[in-house]
Structures are given as structure tokens and as C-alpha cells.
Design a protein around this ligand. Structure first.
Ligand code: GAL
Length: 431
């Protein structure tokens, strides 16, 4: 009885949270600004005002990640142009740890794979003009069974700050309710708040990336506990679509479908995170799936940008082929993701296996994408009145993959797509 009263009370808190966020969003839509730009208590350093961009070691390296890999990756960020394109954070995911010192209680890295220590590595990354990230977990162990930060939040946050960490991805393995159908939302929030507060107390600007796979609706409370991005679901594996979209692994399509109704929670300072980019993995590395073709990888990049998602690359960028390079370095599509308005796009039309998405951009522009889910070539035409555009408007149309202006749109817009292709157009109103 006491338990169900507690649950009811918590349910009300969550509901009022949704109501407040919806209300704030509507208010902000009208005012054209967001609360976080001014709310220095929630986001004191104004971090992640556009979706964070970078690279994470997990997809390509898993437990094989070494300091050599990180150094060479930092070098490649600069030489390949990724840094100039806006990618900033180099994040070591799980299994960098050697253990926790029983005397000092401090985490230390695996001495074989990180012989120079983490501080020296962070210094190296910083010397390239980039930022450095690390991973820990809200439970007693990480998902890779390394020591977690539960009960050590302050100590670990201080250590991370001393090392020069700029980004912390915080997982949720080995927490009390894991695997249970009786999800303890309050406990989840409390565990993230403990680390969020500890990171804030260090005074160092550190992006806090919440990774509890969307089970506890982190889009509702993520900002409040100091988060700047929160995972929406399971890991995205290197696959176009998975047999079931509600279980591990999800592919590109499953992940897009999981994101569609949560746009109101994203904006400057806090982003819905559909997981890392699988672009360029080509069925190699740590995660499985079977691989995608380059058209499908291009769709992931296009749709992540339409969804204002964090762009965390996952392939071995030291050895990108030309197709991967072209996708990850497309500044025109990156500009859609990084638009300062910070609006997440959403699906406006679905028909015969293709769909249209719309993302409001600054300067009265709008990005429109056509996504072809079909395994056949598809011609699609959408009338403006069906995709929430003024049917009398006329637009200049820029194709972000052709890098060229194409035919003006007048009352309708069309795309001719290969199987699983996505096309993205930026529409500017004609005066
Ligand atoms: C998972 C997480 C992955 C990766 C992995 C490391 O929980 O979703 O992105 O971080 O843990 O063990």
C-alpha cells in the first residue's frame, strides 16, 4: 500500500514534469528562445547548445581500446578535416579501467593499454584543439564488469576533472532494478543526479551523457539532473533493420522509429540521443549486425541530422574509405544538425513505404527529408499542404547531398530515391 502510494506520487511528479516541459516548450516556441540559454543553474557553462559531435571508441574497438588508438584518432581528426567539420569530443568508452585502488579508492586505467595514464592522454587530445571524454556507470560495475561509480561519484568526478575530462558517458548496468519489470524511476534519477551534481561541483565544464537506454524516460528529467544528452533506446548495431524493434539490437530504422514522438524534449543544452553513428563500420569492429551499404549509412547520417541528434562517430576513422569520408564530412548535412534553433525534426507524412520529415531551421528556412524504407527505387511527391508547409509558398531548394541548388519548389516537392536512400533538402522562402 505504502509502495503504491509512493508510486502514485511519483507518477504525478512525472506527469507534472511532462506538463511543465510541454508548457515551457510552447512558451519558448512563441518567444523563440529556450529556458536553458538563460538558466545558469541547470546548464552553468552553456554546454551542448547544439548537439555534441565527436567519436566514441565502443563500436570499433570495445575492450581493445588503447592510448595509441586514441592518439592516432586525435591525429586523424585534424588531418582528415573532421575537426574542421565540427567533430570535437574523443570519448573512451567502457573497459579503459584497470580497477579501483583499495587504499586511495581512486580509479586507475589498465596499465597495459594506457601506460602513460589518462591525464597524459587528455593533454594530448587537448593539444590538438579537441576535447576528451571518458565512460563510467551508475552501478557497482560497468556493463563490461569494470568498477562502477556508485558510491564514489564525488571521488570519480574530481578525478575526471583533474585528468582534464570534458565529457562523461554514464551507463546504467549493475543498478538495483536492472532487468526487472518494476522499474524504479526515482532511483534512476537519483543515481544520475549524484554524478551530475558531482560533475557540476568540480567547476569544470563537462558534458554529461546519460545512457540508461530510455527505460526511465530520461528525456523528462535529464536536464534537471545535469544531463546534456540522453539515450533513447538500445544500442544501434551495424544493421539496416532488426527483426524486432523493441529489443537489442536495433538497426538504423528501429532507432529512427523510437525517436519520433520525443522532439519536444530536445533543444539547446539537452538532446535526445539515438546512439552512435554506425557509418563506416562495414561489418567490422566490436558490434555485430551484418553491415549496411553506403546508401544506408548515408540515411543514418541524414536522419540523425534531421533529428538534431548528437553525432558521435563509431568507425575507425584512421582508416575511413572515400564513401565514409564523404558521408561524415558533409558540412551541408552537418549544418542541418547543428542549426542554432535546436529544433528536432519529425515525421510529417508516411505513404507507400516512404516518409517525409521536417525540421525547422533558423532564418525561416526548413529542412525536408524523404526517407525510402522500400527495397525498390521509389519516386515520391509531397504536396506542401500534407507536410505542414503553406501551400502558396515558393522555395529555393538546396540538395545537401548534391551540394547544389535544384529546381524551386512551388506547392509540392519530389524525390527519386534508391532503396533505403534518404534525400535532404534545405528550403529557403523566395521573397
Ligand atoms: C552499453 C551501452 C554501450 C556501451 C556499452 C559498454 O550499455 O549502451 O553504448 O557503452 O554499454 O559496456
Amino acid at each position: 500500500m505504502i509502495r503504491s502510494t509512493k508510486h502514485f506520487a511519483f507518477f504525478i511528479i512525472i506527469l507534472s514534469g511532462i506538463y511543465c516541459i510541454q508548457g515551457c516548450q510552447q512558451k519558448n516556441d512563441k518567444q523563440g528562445s529556450t529556458t536553458d540559454k538563460t538558466d545558469t543553474t541547470i546548464n552553468p557553462h552553456h554546454l551542448a547548445m547544439t548537439p555534441p559531435m565527436g567519436w566514441n571508441s565502443w563500436n570499433a574497438f570495445g575492450k581493445e581500446v588503447t592510448e595509441q588508438v586514441i592518439r592516432e584518432t586525435a591525429d586523424s581528426f585534424v588531418s582528415s578535416g573532421l575537426k574542421d567539420a565540427g567533430y570535437t569530443y574523443i570519448v573512451i568508452d567502457d573497459i579503459w579501467q584497470g580497477g579501483r585502488d583499495s587504499t586511495t579508492g581512486l580509479l586507475y586505467p589498465d596499465p597495459k593499454r594506457f601506460p602513460s595514464g589518462i591525464k597524459a592522454l587528455a593533454d594530448y587530445v587537448h593539444s590538438k584543439g579537441l576535447k576528451f571524454g571518458i565512460y563510467s556507470d551508475a552501478g557497482t560495475l560497468t556493463c563490461g564488469r569494470m568498477p562502477g561509480s556508485y558510491g564514489h561519484e564525488e571521488k570519480d568526478a574530481n578525478l575526471f576533472a583533474e585528468w582534464g575530462v570534458d565529457f562523461v558517458k554514464y551507463d546504467f548496468c549493475f543498478c538495483s532494478d536492472l532487468g526487472s519489470t518494476n522499474i524504479d524511476y526515482k532511483e534512476g534519477m537519483a543515481r544520475y543526479k549524484a554524478m551530475g551534481d558531482a560533475l557540476k561541483a568540480t567547476g569544470r565544464p563537462i558534458v554529461f551523457s546519460i545512457c540508461e537506454w530510455g527505460d526511465r524516460s530520461p528525456w523528462i528529467w535529464g536536464r534537471e539532473v545535469g544531463g546534456h544528452m540522453w539515450r533513447m533506446g538500445s544500442d544501434v548495431y551495424d544493421i539496416w533493420d532488426s527483426p524486432r524493434s523493441d529489443q537489442d539490437p536495433v538497426g538504423i530504422l528501429g532507432s529512427i522509429d523510437g525517436e519520433t514522438n520525443l522532439r519536444r524534449f530536445a533543444g539547446p543544452g539537452g538532446w535526445n540521443d539515438p546512439d552512435m553513428l554506425i557509418v563506416g563500420l562495414n561489418n567490422t569492429g566490436n558490434i555485430k549486425g551484418g553491415g549496411c551499404n553506403d546508401i544506408e549509412y548515408r540515411t543514418q547520417m541524414s536522419m540523425w541530422c534531421m533529428m538534431a541528434a548528437p553525432l558521435m562517430m563509431g568507425c575507425d576513422i584512421r582508416h575511413m574509405n572515400e564513401a565514409t569520408r564523404t558521408i561524415l564530412l558533409n558540412k551541408d548535412v552537418i549544418a542541418v544538425d547543428q542549426d542554432t534553433l535546436g529544433k528536432q525534426g519529425y515525421r510529417v507524412m508516411r505513404k507507400d513505404g516512404w516518409e517525409v520529415w521536417k525540421k525547422q531551421l533558423s532564418g525561416n528556412r526548413v529542412a525536408i527529408s524523404f526517407l525510402n524504407r522500400n527495397s525498390q527505387n521509389t519516386n515520391a511527391t509531397a504536396e506542401f499542404k500534407h507536410i505542414e508547409l503553406d501551400s502558396t509558398a515558393k522555395y529555393t531548394v538546396y540538395d545537401v547531398w548534391k551540394h547544389a541548388q535544384v529546381e524551386d519548389a512551388n506547392g509540392k516537392i519530389s524525390a527519386t530515391m534508391q532503396p533505403h536512400e534518404t534525400q535532404v533538402f534545405v528550403l529557403t522562402p523566395n521573397k
